[in-house]
Design a protein around this ligand. Structure first.
Ligand SMILES: *Cc1c(COP(=O)(O)O)cnc(C)c1O
Length: 428
């Protein structure tokens, strides 16, 4: 990955970077929030890690689906032109490049935590000897609840079955060697390694390839929650051999609040017949689905994990967003700009005289160990400072007890905005 090496600290320089930015025009394809504008300041939206902005094209995609519903009603499922029955295939094809998968390995369905539960039903299969789950300490709350409840569902105690890897004393992010060491230490008792791709709190991008390799070496299944990774960092799930993964689409994939989730199931698991799964009619072999017979026969691939009727309205919003990403050149183009944009942000912050005193980064310094988001630690008076950012039109988010998360997103943020945000830190 090429990162512009020497940044200059000036508005003129930021504007130069924008002028040379091949993705600059994509900003106009998104609605900017109005809330801050009403108070007389131009909003700077650095919260795409929480809810991505709305693509301007999305409303037309929804309108078209609404019109199909109005004009075709039930026949829209089977009509050749509309073919809602096969819309999941179009989505899998468009979503697969985002996570580095084959289309057959991807199912767009449900929502993230639901998919996590479904895939744990299939891939967390503890035995009396091998029953532990390894995860990063302080994983997103929903993941913790999902894992605790799965462990109890199988009759184990979370305190015995869940191993959380923590940063070393005085450090905020995990060392890869500590992850590997934990896997080695408890090799025979680990059933599942379940990590975030990018940690939501620190922004650390884990070494998915090598965690997967090590997990397999000790005989475990390896899964990832890609909520903060999908659409943010380059992924090669198929090549890296990841067993399963889940993600949401409302963060870096700009597909709307509560938008449809994603699931990846490696093709090596597609043909095994002893993998348990919770089934529903939408996963049934499409050619015979409407015969409504008993005896579940799944569709081939990840599609066989679908349970319920396709969510057409969230589907079309997601499709709009995926097409926009493809138009921009896909994840490679996004990552290239993202590394530069966030790299510029890091340089500007670290060159300030109050850096290291009033605030500093929790997110790793190495560009390949982070995505768009920076987690900025503010040891004191942080909340008052965050309030000033908000009043200045900067939309980021505050995480208790003292972290500000700011994510410049390559599709719709600019170098100029990064510069402007950095000037607030100068005055902190
Ligand atoms: C955003 C996020 C979630 C949210 O899950 P939903 O089921 O979509 O509500 C879960 N896990 C992680 C790691 C997240 O970042």
């Amino acid at each position: 990955m090429e990162v512009t090496p020497n940044y200059e600290r000036s508005l003129a320089y930021a504007r130069q970077l924008d002028a040379k930015d091949p993705l600059a025009t994509f900003r106009t394809q998104f609605h900017q929030p109005l809330e801050a504008t009403a108070k007389g300041v131009r909003p700077i939206y650095f919260c795409g890690n929480s809810l991505g902005l709305q693509p301007k094209g999305a409303a037309a995609f929804v309108k078209q689906a609404m019109d199909s519903w109005r004009d075709y009603a039930v026949t829209a499922w089977h009509d050749d032109k509309i073919d809602w029955l096969r819309l999941h295939e179009t989505l899998s094809e468009n979503a697969a490049p985002i996570v580095g998968a084959k289309p057959a390995e991807v199912a767009i369905m449900n929502t993230l935590t639901v998919n996590l539960h479904l895939l744990m039903i299939s891939f967390y299969r503890p035995t009396a000897k091998r029953f532990k789950i390894v995860m990063e300490v302080g994983a997103f709350s929903s993941d913790q609840y999902a894992v605790e409840s799965q462990v109890r569902f199988h009759g184990f105690e979370p305190s015995e079955a869940i191993i959380e890897i923590a940063p070393r004393k005085g450090e905020h992010t995990l060392r890869h060697e500590d992850i590997i060491q934990t896997l080695d230490n408890q090799a025979d008792s680990i059933a599942l390694v379940l990590f975030g791709g990018v940690n939501y709190y620190t922004g650390q991008f884990f070494d998915i390839k090598n965690i997967t390799q090590k997990g397999h070496e000790i005989g475990a299944i390896v899964g990832f929650d890609l909520a903060h990774a999908a659409g943010n960092v380059p992924l090669k799930l198929h090549e890296w051999g990841v067993d399963f993964a889940v993600w949401c689409t409302y963060k870096y994939l700009n597909s709307g609040p509560g938008g449809v989730g994603g699931a990846f199931i490696h093709e090596r698991h597609h043909t095994t017949t002893d993998t348990p799964r919770l089934a529903g009619w939408w996963g049934y072999d499409l050619s015979k689905r409407f015969e409504m017979r008993s005896g579940f026969i799944p569709m081939a691939g990840a599609a066989g994990w679908q349970i319920s009727t396709a969510q057409i309205l969230p589907f079309v919003v997601h499709l709009c967003s995926l097409k926009l990403i493809a138009e921009a050149g896909g994840m490679q183009a996004l990552r290239q700009k993202s590394a530069n944009l966030t790299g510029f942000f890091v340089c500007l912050l670290q060159s300030l005289p109050n850096y290291g005193k009033k605030f500093w980064l929790l997110t790793p310094n190495e560009a390949e160990q982070r995505g768009a988001q920076l987690s900025i630690y503010v040891p004191s008076e942080g909340k008052a400072f965050f309030q000033r950012l908000t009043e200045g039109g900067i939309i980021g988010d505050w995480r208790e007890p003292n972290v500000i998360r700011l994510a410049p997103v390559p599709l719709y943020n600019s170098y100029e905005e990064v510069f402007e945000v950095s000037t607030f830190f100068e005055l902190f």
